[in-house]
Ligand binder design. Structure first.
Ligand code: NCD
Length: 310
C-alpha cells in the first residue's frame, strides 16, 4: 500500500484497508514515539505547521512526531504576526509555505480551508481541524486508542457524547466507526445533535445510529464513552451556549451505570465534562489517547512522505 504524496483532508479520503495500514504503522512507531528507539528517517525533511486556531496537543504532537523522526519543523500559531494580517490570501500563504517545506499541516476556523490548501500545494496537506468540519488525524488516534484497548472495532458499541453539532472530532469519528462496523449511540442536547448528513452517511455504511438525550440510559451497555467539549467558540449566539453548558458530566456516580470494562475517551481539552476523580480509575483513557497522537502522526508523516522507518 502506498500513501506517498497523498493529502489527508477528510477521513473519507481513506479506505478501510488504508486506515488499518496506518494504525499498524502507528503501532510500529510506539518505541520511537516514547524515545526508546531512535531514528533519523526524515532527516532533511521539513514539516510546516499553519495554525490559525488554538492548539496544544495537535500542534505539539505533530512537532514531537517530526522531531522523533529526525525531521525539522517550521510554522506559526499566531497568524496575526504573519502577512495574513496584511491581507495575504490563504492560497498565497499556502503556495509560499509549499515552496519552503515537504509537508503541510493546517488548522483553520473555516470549513473547507484544508481542502483549499490541498489544491494550492504540491506537497501533502494534512487537515488538523477545519472549523466545525473534520479532524481526520484525531480520528485516527481515537481509532488507534480503541484498537489498543479493545483489540477490535467491529461490533463494539460506542457512545459519542456532548456537542455533536459543532464538534469536528465526532464528525470524523462517527463516519470511521460506521465504516469499520461499530455500533453508534449519539448522546447530545436536542440543539447539538449530529448533523443529518453525517447520520445519513453512517446509515449508508450500514450503521443504525441511535440518538438519545439521556446519558445514564445511553451508556448502560456501551464499550466506549467518547466525551466532547461544548464548542463555545462556534456558537453564533452566546445565550444558546449558556443553555447547554454543563449538560453532561462523567463522574463516579454515572460510571456505576456503565459496564465494568467501559473506557472513557475525550479528545481534550476538557472543561467540565469529566470529573477529575475519574482520572484515577481504569476507565480513564484520555491522557494515553493524547500520547497516541505522537505514534499515529509519526506513521502519517512517514507514509505521506514515502519514507520507510526502521
Ligand atoms: C479538539 C479540536 O480541536 O477539535 N481538540 C483536539 O484536537 N484534541 C477538540 C476540542 O477542541 O474540543
Amino acid at each position: 500500500m502506498n500513501l506517498a504524496g497523498k493529502d489527508l483532508v477528510s477521513i473519507r479520503d481513506l479506505t478501510k484497508e488504508e486506515i488499518f495500514f496506518i494504525l499498524r504503522k502507528a503501532d510500529e512507531m510506539l518505541p520511537f514515539a516514547s524515545g526508546k528507539k531512535k531514528t533519523r528517517a526524515l532527516e532533511g525533511k521539513i514539516l510546516a505547521t499553519l495554525f490559525f486556531e488554538p492548539s496544544t496537543r495537535t500542534k505539539m504532537s505533530f512537532e514531537t512526531a517530526m522531531h522523533r523522526l529526525g525531521g525539522d519543523v517550521i510554522g506559526f500559531s499566531e497568524p496575526a504576526m504573519t502577512s495574513i494580517k496584511k491581507g495575504e490570501t490563504l492560497a498565497d500563504t499556502v503556495k509560499i509555505v509549499d515552496s519552503y517545506s515537504d509537508i503541510i499541516v493546517i488548522r483553520h476556523s473555516m470549513e473547507g480551508a484544508a481542502r483549499l490548501a490541498a489544491e494550492f500545494a504540491d506537497s501533502p496537506v494534512i487537515n488538523a481541524g477545519d472549523g466545525a468540519g473534520r479532524h481526520p488525524t484525531q480520528c485516527l488516534l481515537d481509532l488507534f486508542t480503541i484498537m489498543k484497548e479493545k483489540k477490535k472495532i467491529e461490533g463494539l458499541k460506542v457512545a459519542l457524547v456532548g456537542d455533536l453539532r459543532y464538534g469536528r472530532t465526532v464528525h470524523s469519528l462517527a463516519y470511521a466507526l460506521a465504516l469499520l462496523g461499530a455500533e453508534l449511540v449519539f448522546v447530545s442536547p436536542e440543539s447539538l445533535k449530529m448533523p443529518k448528513e453525517i447520520v445519513n452517511d453512517c446509515r449508508e455504511l450500514g450503521a443504525e445510529p441511535r440518538s438519545l438525550t439521556n446519558l445514564e440510559r445511553a451508556i448502560k451497555d456501551v464499550d466506549v464513552i467518547y466525551v466532547t467539549r461544548i464548542q463555545k467558540e462556534r456558537f453564533p449566539d452566546p445565550t444558546e451556549y449558556k443553555k447547554v453548558v454543563g449538560s453532561y458530566k462523567i463522574d463516579m456516580d454515572l460510571l456505576r451505570h456503565a459496564k465494568d470494562d467501559v473506557i472513557v475517551m475525550h479528545p481534550l481539552p476538557r472543561v467540565n465534562e469529566i470529573d477529575p476523580e475519574v482520572d484515577r480509575t481504569k476507565h480513564a483513557l484520555y491522557f494515553r489517547q493524547a500520547f497516541y497522537g505522537v505514534p499515529v502522526r509519526m506513521a502519517l508523516l512517514s507514509l505521506l512522505l514515502g519514507v520507510d522507518v526502521r
